[in-house]
Design a protein around this ligand. Structure first.
Ligand code: FES
Length: 111
């Protein structure tokens, strides 16, 4: 289980994320995967529910398919970005663990 950041923890700056795109936060060695779509950011525990491995690549990048689904680089499970439900691949029936975030003044912080 990855740690959850305390409320107010600075996770990244909005300008550091591709749009659309996903990147692991610097906090706790990438424990949170941040997904940006425009000015909207969602946060997820950087751990795939299939085998407990990181969703981000070793360089911190997350894989988005058409800007709409997060794809695990290990075995290819895909997850929709509203509630984190698996929509394909070996994690069927599972979902990502949401990390609530807020975006304010260009900063992404734990809620
Ligand atoms: S660890 Fe993610 S699909 Fe297997």
């Amino acid at each position: 289980m990855r740690p959850k950041p305390p409320s107010g923890t600075l996770l990244a700056r909005l300008e550091d994320l591709p749009d659309p795109g996903a990147r692991a936060s610097a906090w706790e060695g990438g424990a949170v995967l941040l997904v940006r779509r425009g000015e909207s950011v969602t946060g997820w525990s950087n751990m795939c529910p299939h085998a407990g491995l990181p969703l981000a690549l070793p360089d911190g990048r997350g894989l988005l398919h058409k800007g709409e689904a997060l794809v695990c680089p290990v075995h290819g499970a895909s997850f929709e970005l509203d509630e984190g439900r698996c929509t394909g691949g070996p994690a069927a029936g599972d979902r990502l663990t949401a990390i609530a975030v807020i975006v304010e003044n260009g900063e992404i912080r734990a809620a």
